[in-house]
Design a protein around this ligand. Sequence first.
Ligand SMILES: Nc1ncnc2c1ncn2[C@@H]1O[C@H](COP(=O)(O)OP(=O)(O)OP(=O)(O)O)[C@@H](O)[C@H]1O
Length: 223
Amino acid sequence: MILQLRGVEHAYRRTVALRGVSLAVESEEVVAITGPSGCGKSTLLHVAAGILRPQAGDVTLLGEALTTLSETARARLRRRSVGVVLQFGQLVPDLSALENVALPLLLERHDRAAALTAAREWLERVGITAERDTLAAELSGGEAQRVAVARALVTGPAIVFADEPTGSLDTAGGEALMTLLLGAARERGAALVVVTHDNVVAAHADREVRLRDGRVEAEAALR
Ligand SMILES: Nc1ncnc2c1ncn2[C@@H]1O[C@H](COP(=O)(O)OP(=O)(O)OP(=O)(O)O)[C@@H](O)[C@H]1O
């Protein structure tokens, strides 16, 4: 098992977002988290990825008990073994697309030339070539989303978390990006946890976990 949440609860002031969520994800599994707007999907993803510390419950990611790790140790685990594609603001605006993708490798002290080569290859796979040197702030929403996917995958993570990765794309673009994300995850044997309210995206998963009012309402194996 690569990820396990047990009895996770979280509230923002008076808004309760998660009311005791338990979830287990196996290595190489693709899980879609679905449910109506405001049911807690993004909060669950942030907690599972170690970005947000829940107020109650336990999260074990890659054998590490996230709830007891220091912020520094969680950040290191995320950098080395986790890929994250978030809805907003995940790119550094005044770095180019290429520099954004190379950044996780450079932070892990990889050789600069090798990091840039790997970044270029990943950008090509997501269909970004002409915009390679464009500043992230000047990319369209859809381009930024594809660059974010390249950045999440460039380190070869064991698990990828994606929050509405197709949100800024049209149907065909969304389908292409999802195929790419799934193909990359399956090829590398990475698990993928994807938040979506798009049924087409969910249909690509091995399992769907549906939330409602901060609880798991239903689970269904899709293949
Ligand atoms: N930073 C925050 N501060 C206050 N309330 C928040 C915050 N983030 C989320 N919430 C609230 O917590 C609840 C769960 O939000 P969350 O974003 O996890 O849901 P979601 O299912 O991802 O929604 P959507 O599909 O609309 O993105 C909602 O009621 C939301 O308004």
